[in-house]
Design a protein around this ligand. Structure first.
Ligand SMILES: [Zn+2]
Length: 239
C-alpha cells in the first residue's frame, strides 16, 4: 500500500539536491531551509551545496573585512574549502592583485582555469605573457590565441573588471607592463611597437577598454602584436 512520505523522511541525497538548488537561488533561502529541520541542516552542510551557492563575486559587501561580517566570511571560507569555482576565482584575484600571496593566487588561478573558467584562463594568459621568460610567454600566448578564436576576450575582461573595480583602489597591485617585455620580438614585424599608439587613439576615440568587436588591434596580422595590445588593455582594466 502506498504511503506518502513526509519531508523529514526524504533520503539525505534528495535533501542535498534540494539544498543545492536552494543555494543556487539564494544563500538567504538556504539559511532558512537549514533552520527548518535536522535533515535540511545536515544536507546543507555538504560540500556540494556550498559549491552551488549563488554568490555575487563583484559585490564588495561579501568580501568586507569588517568583524560585523564574520558569518558571511565563514560561509565564504566554507565555499572555498568545498571548491566553489567563483569563490576560488575571487580569492585568486585577491591574492594576485589585492595584496595577498601572489604565488598562491597564481596557483589557485591555474586550478580555476583548468576547470574551464574563461576569465581565469584570461588572467593566467596575461600574467604568463607579462613574464620575462620565453616559455611562459609562449604558454600565455597559446591561451590568448584560444580565447581570441573563441571570441571570449570581451566577456573575460568584463568579468575581471567587475571584480577588480569593486575593490578598494588603494589595495590594488597593478601589474606592470614594460616596453622591454613585450611579446612581439620580431624586428621585421611592421606593427611591432605601435600598439601603444593604437591604444591611445582608440581610447581617446571611444573611452572603452573592454570591447574587442570594433577597432582595436583586430586588423593587425601579427598575433604577437595583438597579444601586446591585449596586455595594454589588461593593465588599463585597473584604471
Ligand atoms: Zn608583431
Amino acid at each position: 500500500m502506498y504511503r506518502p512520505t513526509g519531508p523529514a523522511n526524504l533520503p539525505h541525497d534528495v535533501w542535498t539536491l534540494i539544498a543545492g538548488r536552494t543555494a543556487a537561488q539564494s544563500v538567504r533561502d538556504l539559511c532558512s531551509l537549514r533552520m527548518s529541520c535536522t535533515a535540511a541542516r545536515n544536507a546543507g552542510d555538504e560540500d556540494f551545496v556550498y559549491r552551488c551557492a549563488n554568490i555575487p563575486i563583484w559585490d564588495q559587501r561579501w568580501w568586507s573585512v569588517s568583524p560585523m561580517h564574520h558569518p558571511g566570511r565563514n560561509f565564504l571560507a566554507r565555499c572555498r574549502q568545498s571548491g566553489h569555482v567563483e569563490v576560488l576565482f575571487r580569492y585568486a584575484v585577491s591574492d594576485l592583485f589585492l595584496g595577498g600571496c601572489r604565488f598562491a593566487g597564481m596557483e589557485t588561478m591555474h586550478v580555476v582555469a583548468a576547470q574551464g573558467h574563461s576569465a581565469a584562463q584570461y588572467i593566467v594568459a596575461m600574467m604568463l605573457m607579462l613574464r620575462d621568460d620565453a616559455e611562459s610567454k609562449n604558454k600565455g600566448l597559446q591561451t590568448f590565441c584560444w580565447l581570441e578564436a573563441a571570441g571570449a576576450l570581451t566577456n573575460c575582461k568584463l568579468v575581471f573588471r567587475g571584480v577588480v573595480q569593486g575593490t578598494w583602489r588603494h589595495l590594488r597591485r597593478v601589474p606592470r607592463l614594460n616596453e622591454e617585455n613585450q611579446v612581439c620580438s620580431l624586428h621585421a614585424c611592421p606593427s611591432r611597437g605601435n600598439m601603444g599608439a593604437i591604444y591611445r587613439h582608440q581610447r581617446y576615440g571611444r573611452g572603452w577598454d573592454v570591447n574587442d568587436g570594433d577597432g582595436g588591434a583586430g586588423h593587425i596580422s601579427c598575433v604577437h602584436c595583438r597579444a601586446d595590445y591585449e596586455l595594454i588593455l589588461f593593465v588599463h582594466l585597473f584604471d
